[in-house]
Design a protein around this ligand. Structure first.
Ligand SMILES: *Cc1c(COP(=O)(O)O)cnc(C)c1O
Length: 389
């Protein structure tokens, strides 16, 4: 068998049923039957690997997890109903009351809320480091620290963290390194190769890639995945078979989609960088990106998210958004449809200005999730809106 990424994403599949179907069918069943009492006993005792109840495992989620494991080069994994289901279950399964987390300051909004509003209820505290100052990470570590958490590239600032450096710090202090790899997908970046212990995805984004279903997955070290699986199987954040089926099919086209996403994004980033109404552009594969060397080291291509600042602050941001005709104004990302957001007036408007600036969200900052429309049409829409400023 070939070992290339594209081939694995297509050919990793469940065993065919008696019907010899070519494409994996959808297994819409909440439970599975046993041959006899001994079969049932052995299944519950986990002496044999088989499906019992779809809250635990289901063939469709098994195929999806197997594919992600193969693509991330992970030992094992668990699928979830959403990315946040994966994030929360991972923390809830691995941490005890009194444990401490070191996390990058700029993480996905709901992950940040989990750190600030919910984990403290169980006496789990988080200390944040700035992604622009990775040299401060070690100073955040305490005797109770159990885990380092980060996203790279970050949302919405498109900053990068050096995965190799993070893993060296984690290993030195015997901490679990968890990376949310949502913005890169396994096609662009495989954190386990750089030493991460666990990788989390919101499959809702580029893995589905067509804005249809929610899903999440955590993959990595077998011993840790076992804990996460036991938590998930008893608490119920299971991925639905239908969503798993959609996501498993989506992975078959991940590489071709990502190539187009990334090529269009790089061209648009270059266009924006030369535009007189734009102050700065951040895109990992632009040589002007402050961590361009890290991007080249750990990513295959630059991804589909661009952040840039237009001249004129908050008011300009509003004018720009209102002048957009084709691209969608939406809070999602990683869709076949290009999506534009103005974080300062929308997703991050409730933050104090100081907090917003500390994660790189300036008043005129725009986040673009470049889709799969013809790149000229995306660029024309953005160019026309810039003309209105
Ligand atoms: C969207 C997102 C999540 C949460 O995923 P859901 O599927 O919406 O629950 C987590 N991390 C990152 C980086 C995301 O973009």
């Amino acid at each position: 068998m070939s070992t290339q990424f594209e081939t694995k994403a297509i050919r990793e599949q469940l065993e065919r049923s008696q019907y010899m179907e070519h494409s994996t069918p959808l297994y819409l069943t909440s439970s599975f039957v046993f041959e006899d009492d001994e079969d049932m006993r052995a299944s519950f005792a986990e002496e044999k690997k088989r499906n019992i109840y779809s809250r635990f495992t289901n063939p469709n989620s098994e195929e999806f997890v197997n594919k992600i494991c193969v693509l991330e080069e992970a030992e094992a994994g668990v699928a979830f109903a959403s990315g946040m289901g994966a994030v929360f279950s991972t923390f809830a399964a691995l941490l005890n009351s009194g444990d401490h987390i070191v996390s990058a300051r700029s993480v996905f909004g709901s992950t940040h809320s989990m750190f600030t509003k919910f984990l403290p209820k169980w006496n789990i505290e988080t200390t944040y480091f700035d992604v622009s100052q990775p040299e401060t990470i070690e100073a955040c570590i305490r005797p109770e620290t159990k885990l380092i958490y980060a996203e790279t590239p970050t949302n919405p600032g498109v900053d990068l963290l050096d995965l190799e450096q993070l893993s060296q710090i984690a290993k030195k202090h015997h901490l679990i390194l968890v990376i949310d790899n949502c913005f890169a997908t396994p096609y662009l970046q495989q954190p386990i190769q750089f030493g991460a212990d666990l990788v989390i995805h919101s499959a809702t984004k580029l893995i589905d890639g067509q804005g249809r279903v929610l899903g999440g997955v955590t993959v990595g070290r077998k011993d840790l995945i076992r804990e996460i699986f036991l938590f998930a199987r008893n608490t119920g954040p299971a991925l639905s078979p239908f969503n798993a089926w959609v996501l498993s099919k989506s992975l078959e086209t991940l590489a071709v989609r990502l190539d187009r996403h990334c090529d269009s994004a790089l061209a648009l980033a270059q266009f924006l960088e030369a535009h007189p109404q734009v102050n700065w552009v951040k895109y990992p594969f632009l040589p002007s990106h402050p961590q361009y060397e890290i991007a080249k080291k750990q990513m295959r291509k630059g991804g589909n998210i661009i952040s840039f600042e237009i001249k004129g602050g908050i008011e300009s941001g509003r004018v720009f958004l209102n002048a957009i005709q084709m691209c969608s104004l939406s809070a999602n990302l990683g869709d076949s449809r290009t999506i534009i957001t103005h974080p300062a007036s929308t997703t991050h408007s409730k933050l104090q200005e100081e907090d917003r600036l500390s994660v790189g969200i300036t008043d005129g900052m725009i986040r673009l999730s470049v889709g799969l429309e013809h790149p000229d049409d995306i660029q024309n829409d953005v160019a026309n809106a810039l003309e209105q400023l």
